[in-house]
Structure formats: structure tokens, C-alpha cells
Design a protein. Structure first.
Length: 744
């Protein structure tokens, strides 16, 4: 293969297009990595509509990870204290299918769970939904989007009637005021942020407000940084709304004709006068008033948010609080404005569209809606009533199910819950109790592989063809440019083969992923995410933004059938009466506020170079040098009180666990608040897991855990009587694979 192949960066939800060309170029030496593997050449795709040729360090170095630490063959063991042995695909799948059959007969299908990932392509997601929810009749499919975007989903659905960010990236160039809350976009969504920053720099009247307890690189360039106390977002949002209403920045015609529930909202925000809000948030009244004035005097306000909003026991209410501001000022459905969630993962959006959470079905349908269940059952040709009307197990419910013994088989796909779930020591203990865990991933070792009975090698980015949807609803065909390593297979093929062996051969007749996609898009017909005009063949020409019904007009407003780039341009929303809903919600604050025993609030987040649990980025030299170790950000005043100096090792303890980090003394973090990066699992350091500290309390609507805040205490390590160190769980052998020992 010599031609350039078009694909998508498989990291964050910005969804940057990539051009990939083979390592061997005429007349040039082959570039190789430290293990001697040829490195494919990757650069930004100038023709991709979302990224226009831009990539960050992760996208630019992605090719260096392709051959490192790959899982190449199926492997099996009877218990976790045994070594894995290599087996054939047939033996591995026979083992899994026999276990599934026996569980269905004894405990029922609800004893089977699959935990997937925003790394999966839409075709992978769709086939998994069909197997679990359609064929087996259990809704126990959840994905790590539960930890990432599920509050945004719930907020959009409750306020606007359907999931789906209404904005597009062009709005970054058109806005008068960017309101960035709970997002360090400069590090976590750099290409989106660069575009916004360029617009901001060029146009001096354009304002940028950043709400974040940390002075992040995003906050550094803002006109106004509101360093609110963690857990006071709702106070701030209601406080801004209070001022907008008081000052008359209010679109009464839009509110009366296009929205509902305004009186209840107005009553709630009447309790949020500036002095009270400023005191609760820990900001000045002047700054609060400035933020409201920026909002009120701007014609086009664009809100951007991410995990800092979503990962909260009030995540849904926060999302709705942001949308409230857009509704009261009529800032939605027009160029340059609207509520715009920035997706964490490359295909979290595709997962949402294809039903990849335990409360969803394909086409933005919900398991609790009888008509929507019936539509899917009819389409799949399965008996009426097969799809359960109950939510399946969320990610955290799966952990509880392992603890109670209600789960007999856990199938994990392309994610690393032994690092990424909250209260990770409890998570790891639950995983140890799993009677049977299938781990399907492209990489080995990972922390989660230690808990698996079966390892299934998955083809990854570049080795399979499929689709992904980015934050602005643009669907890109990610084309394969080389064969899978070893015996690895695409996720959808593995899941479909299990379905066939379970006796559902007629439901999985697909010869390739294009056929999977062709079937899937039929389930989006006349839905808010209508993609019936999209196919792999059409996407091979260029990426396409949905809605894209099969009339074949780019970006259609489903209300008017007119071409558009944004949703709700006709100001009719996806609710039964077409009106958007105001929410009326009082602030409750953190689930675990600081107290005398645990006096600090610990927050966590990502760094510019690393991705999630470092499965890929931890193997890339440039990124390792950029971020060699985790750290604890602490304000100088707190550091002085505890006699902590720069680089001192500090033990952080919560009610659930402990971790150790070198101190980074900085005014970037507010007094009383601490920050650690979340990328380090047991493979990358001793006692450096951020999630050893976090708790699993979650939002009642979205079930998204409050990963962003927990109460902790600090102990400088030098002061401790005994400094205990975890023994290495991992020992590298000569073939550069890793033997995993489970220690009790
Ligand atoms: Fe990849 Fe996100 Fe960086 Fe774009 S911004 S190159 S999608 S990690």
C-alpha cells in the first residue's frame, strides 16, 4: 500500500482528521521506533472540515504507539493466579460462548455485562447493542462515556428533548463571548481551543470567561477567570441568571414562544443575589457582575464545557444550568452561540448515537420508552418485549454486581477500568472476585489485563475500517491502512462471531463494517441524529455532519428540511411540544465536602500530552519526557502551613485510599484545593493512582460519578513513621511482555 489513507485521530473528541502514509517512501530512509518497528507517517488532514490540518502532540505522535505492547493472540487461563496460555480463536470463543449459555440458563442474561469505550467505532457499538440488548435481552451494556459525557446527554435530553450538541466548530470563529466552564480546553481539546484563541486574539471585543478552580493554561488567556470553589457551579450559573434577569438581558419573546417552565426557574434564581453567590463561590461581586455583563451584552455567547461540569453528583443540573442561560437570552440555534459540550473520547458521540449506554438504544432512543423499544425490536426482528424496559447496569453498578455475586461474566472492551473507575481499590477488589472476565483490547499489558480470564486481541486504529463522530456531529470514515497485528480482529467481528455461535447467525450476517453501518443508519431514520444519507462509500469522499437524511442534503434541520450546520435553527426543540425546558434547581454542593478530618478538596484532570491511562501515550518518548511523573498542585499558603516544599513527597489520603505525589507549589491552584493528574495507574508508578482517592457517588439522572472532587488530608512523607511501598505487581520478562502477579 503506497497511497495516503484518511482517518481520524483516535484520542479526544475534537476529532482531527489525519493523513497517514507508509513508512517506506521512495528515496527516503525508513523511520523506526526504539524497538525497530517502522513508524507510519502521520500529519493533519488539511481537507478535514473539523480540524483543517491541525493536530496536537498526541495526534502527531500516534503512529509511534501502533506496534508497541500489542496483544497479538487470544489467551486464556482458568484462574487469575495462573499464567495465560496462547489459544486459538476457536478455543477462546468456544469457552466464552459456553460460559454465556450456561449463565443464561442458570442466572439469566442479566448476569452478563459488557463494559465498552468511546474508543470503539460506531459499528463495534452497534453490533454490541444488537447482541446484548436485542439477542440476549439484557441492557447491561455501558461504556466509559458514563464517566465522561453522560451528564451532558441527560442535560441535553431533559432541556432540549434530545441528545446532540447543537453547535459546530465554526461557532468558535463567530462568537462574541466564550464561556468555558469545567474545561481545560487548552490542554484537553487543544485544536478546538487554538481555533477559539485565534479568534479571541484577532478580535479585541471578543470576551473569554473561564470558570475553573485552577488557573489552567485555558484560564491564563481569559479576560475573566472565575476561580470558584469546587461544587459551586450551580450557585454561579444561577447567580449569573439572576443578574441577567435583573438587568433586563432577557429575550421575552423567545422565552414565551419557545420554552417552558420559566416561572419555576425565575423563582429559583431569585434566591441567588450577587453578594450571596460571590461569597459561596469565593469570587468577588465585581467579577460575578462582569461575567453577567459579558453574557448580557454579547450578541452571541458560546458555552463550552467538559468533565469539570459532567463529573459531578449535580452534573445534569449543571448542564441544564448552562442551557438555562442560553434559553433566557435566546442564545441558541444561531451562528456563534449555544451550549457546546466537548466530548472526551474520539467516538463518545457515535456511542451515544448507536445506543452505547445502558439506558439507550440506537438512534437516540431510550430503553424506558415503550414505543422506541418496539421500533428497535421490529427492526431487529426479535420478539416483542425482548428488550428490557429497565436500565441495565451502569459502569459502577457492574462493580457492585461483582461484589454481590450477581455478575457471572464481565466483558471489557477497549478500556481500562482497573485505573479509570472511582474508588479504584474497591474496583480492583471487585474485579478480583469476577468469576469470568473477558478482556478485549489492542494492548498488553494493561492494568485491567491482570484481572482477565480471557484476553482477546483487538485490531485498533489503522487496522480496521469504521466510523467515528466528533463533538460537532461530523462523522468520519477511519480507514484501515495496514493489516491487524498477529491474530487481532476488529471488535465488531469478534462480538458478531459470539452472536452467531450463540445461535443468532441471522442477526449478524455482515461481511464487512460497511454492511454493519448500512444497517445501523436505518435505525436513525427520522430521529434527531438521522444519518440515513450516510454510508461508508459516501464517507470515502469526505466526512459528513449529521443530521443527514437520505435526501442527501448536507446538514439538514429536521424541522424545516433546510440545510444548516446547527441544530434547532427553527427554534423548535425535540420535545413533544417543541419547547425547550428551563430547569429549576438549587445548588447542593459537593457529595463529599471537606471537613476537619479531610480538610482539602482534591480535583484531578488530564495533561496536554497524555491520554487517559497512558496505554498508548506512556510508550511515546516525546510525551514521556513532557510529563515524566505525576504531581500534586498545592497553593503556597497551604504548603507553608504543612511545611511542604517543592518536590517533597506528600501522601494524600481520602476515606477510601491513599496515594503519593511530589508537591508542585503553585498559585495556579486556590487555597484549600489540590490537583493531581489522572493518567497514572499501577503500571506507571507506585501509589500514584488518583482514583485510589475518588468516590463513586453519582448524579441521580446521568449516573455519572463525581470523579472531580473528593475530600482529602495531606501528610508529608518525611513525617510519617512508616513509609510503605507497594510491591511491583508486574515483572517484565525477556519478550517484553509482562507476567502479572495478583497480590492479595
Ligand atoms: Fe487528537 Fe484531540 Fe489532539 Fe486533535 S486535539 S490531534 S483529536 S488529541
Amino acid at each position: 500500500m503506497t497511497d495516503t489513507t484518511k482517518t481520524l485521530c483516535p484520542y479526544c473528541g475534537v476529532g482531527c482528521g489525519l493523513d497517514v502514509s507508509p513508512p517506506a517512501q521512495p528515496g527516503k530512509a525508513i523511520n523506526r521506533d526504539s524497538q525497530g518497528n517502522p513508524i507510519w507517517k502521520v500529519k493533519g488532514d488539511r481537507n478535514h472540515p473539523s480540524s483543517q490540518g491541525m493536530v496536537c502532540v498526541k495526534g502527531a505522535t500516534i503512529a509511534e504507539s501502533i506496534d508497541k505492547n500489542r496483544l497479538r493472540y487470544p489467551m486464556l487461563r482458568d484462574s487469575l493466579d495462573q499464567p495465560f496460555r496462547r489459544v486459538s480463536w476457536d478455543e477462546a470463543l468456544t469457552h466464552i460462548v459456553s460460559r454465556m449459555r450456561s449463565l443464561c440458563a442458570t442466572q439469566g442474561a442479566d448476569a452478563i455485562c459488557m463494559y465498552g469505550s468511546g474508543q470503539m467505532q460506531t459499528e463495534d457499538y452497534y453490533v454490541a447493542q444488537k447482541l446484548l440488548k436485542g439477542c440476549l435481552g439484557t441492557n447491561n451494556f455501558d461504556s466509559n462515556s458514563r464517566l465522561c459525557m453522560s451528564s451532558a446527554v441527560a442535560g441535553y435530553v431533559q432541556s432540549l428533548g434530545a441528545d446532540g450538541p447543537p453547535c459546530c466548530y465554526e461557532d468558535l470563529d463567530l462568537t462574541d463571548c466564550a464561556f468555558i466552564i469545567g474545561s481545560n480546553a487548552a490542554e484537553c481539546h487543544p485544536i478546538v481551543f487554538n481555533r477559539l484563541q485565534k479568534h479571541h486574539k484577532k478580535n479585541h471585543d471578543v470576551k473569554m470567561i473561564v470558570v475553573d478552580p485552577r488557573r489552567t493554561p485555558t484560564a491564563e488567556v481569559a479576560d475573566l477567570h472565575l476561580a470558584i470553589h469546587p461544587g459551586t457551579d450551580i450557585d454561579l450559573l444561577n447567580g449569573i441568571a439572576h443578574l441577567l434577569l435583573r438587568w433586563g438581558y432577557f429575550e421575552s419573546e423567545f422565552v414565551s414562544e419557545c420554552t417552558a417552565n420559566f416561572p419555576a426557574f425565575a423563582e429559583v434564581i431569585s434566591h441567588y443575589p450577587p453578594d450571596i453567590v460571590a461569597r459561596r463561590c469565593g469570587i468577588s461581586v465585581e467579577d460575578l457582575e462582569t461575567s453577567a455583563r459579558y453574557w448580557g451584552t454579547s450578541k452571541r455567547v458560546l458555552s463550552l464545557w467538559s468533565m469539570g461540569v459532567n463529573q459531578s453528583t449535580e452534573g445534569t443540573a449543571k448542564v441544564r444550568g448552562i442551557i438555562n442561560l442560553h434559553l433566557m437570552t435566546g442564545q441558541i440555534g444561531k451562528p456563534g452561540c449555544g451550549p457546546f459540550s466537548l466530548t472526551g473520547q474520539p467516538n463518545a458521540m457515535g456511542g451515544r448515537e448507536s445506543g452505547g449506554l445502558c439506558n439507550l438504544l440506537p438512534g437516540y432512543r431510550h430503553v424506558q420508552n415503550a414505543q422506541e423499544r418496539a421500533e428497535v425490536e421490529k427492526f431487529w426482528g426479535i420478539p416483542a418485549g425482548r428488550i428490557s424496559s429497565n436500565w441495565g447496569r451502569t459502569a459502577w453498578d457492574m462493580i457492585i454486581g461483582l461484589e454481590t455475586g450477581d455478575i457471572g461474566l464481565l466483558w471489557i472492551v477497549a478500556t481500562n477500568p482497573a485505573v479509570s473507575l472511582p474508588d479504584v481499590k474497591r474496583t480492583q477488589a471487585a474485579l478480583l472476585r469476577s468469576p469470568f472476565t473477558v478482556y478485549q483490547d489492542a494492548y498488553y499489558p494493561t492494568e485491567t489485563a491482570a484481572y482477565a480470564h480471557v484476553l482477546l486481541p483487538a485490531a485498533q486504529w489503522g487496522e480496521k475500517t469504521g466510523t467515528m463522530t466528533n463533538s460537532e456531529r461530523v462523522v468520519t470514515l477511519c480507514q484501515a491502512f495496514r493489516p491487524p497485528v498477529g491474530e487481532a480482529k476488529p471488535d465488531w467481528e469478534i462480538i458478531a462471531e459470539v452472536g452467531r455461535r450463540l445461535g443468532f447467525a441471522d442477526k449478524f450476517p455482515f461481511a464487512n463494517s460497511a454492511e454493519v453501518y448500512a444497517e445501523y443508519v436505518q435505525l436513525t431514520r427520522d430521529r434527531p441524529c438521522d444519518m440515513t444519507g450516510i454510508s461508508h462509500a459516501r464517507l470515502a469522499q469526505d466526512p459528513i455532519q449529521w443530521p443527514y437524511p437520505d435526501e442527501g442534503v448536507r446538514g439538514v434541520d429536521l424541522g424545516t428540511r433546510e440545510s444548516c450546520k446547527r441544530l434547532y435553527t427553527n427554534l423548535r426543540f425535540a420535545t413533544p411540544d417543541g419547547r425547550a425546558r428551563f430547569s429549576a434547581y438549587h445548588s447542593r454542593g459537593l457529595a463529599e465536602p471537606p471537613d476537619a478530618e479531610y480538610p482539602f478538596v482534591l480535583t484531578n484532570g488530564r495533561l496536554y500530552g497524555h491520554w487517559h491511562t497512558q496505554t498508548r501515550t506512556g510508550r511515546i518518548e516525546k510525551i514521556k519526557q513532557m510529563h515524566p511523573q505525576p504531581f500534586l498542585e498545592i497553593h503556597p499558603r497551604d504548603a507553608a502551613k504543612l511545611k511542604i516544599q517543592e518536590n517533597d513527597l506528600v501522601e494524600v489520603r481520602s476515606r477510601r485510599g491513599k496515594a503519593q505525589f511530589p508537591a508542585k507549589v503553585t498559585k495556579a491552584i486556590a487555597p484549600g484545593t489540590l490537583f493531581v493528574p489522572m493518567h497514572w495507574g499501577a503500571l506507571w508508578g507506585d501509589e500514584t493512582e488518583a482514583n485510589a482517592l475518588t468516590h463513586p457517588e453519582h448524579d441521580p439522572d446521568s449516573h455519572q460519578p463525581e470523579l472531580k472532587a473528593c475530600a482529602v488530608q495531606l501528610i508529608p512523607v518525611a513525617l510519617k513513621a512508616n513509609v510503605s511501598k507497594l510491591k511491583d505487581n508486574f515483572q517484565q520478562n525477556q519478550s517484553n511482555e509482562i507476567i502479572i502477579r495478583i497480590t492479595s
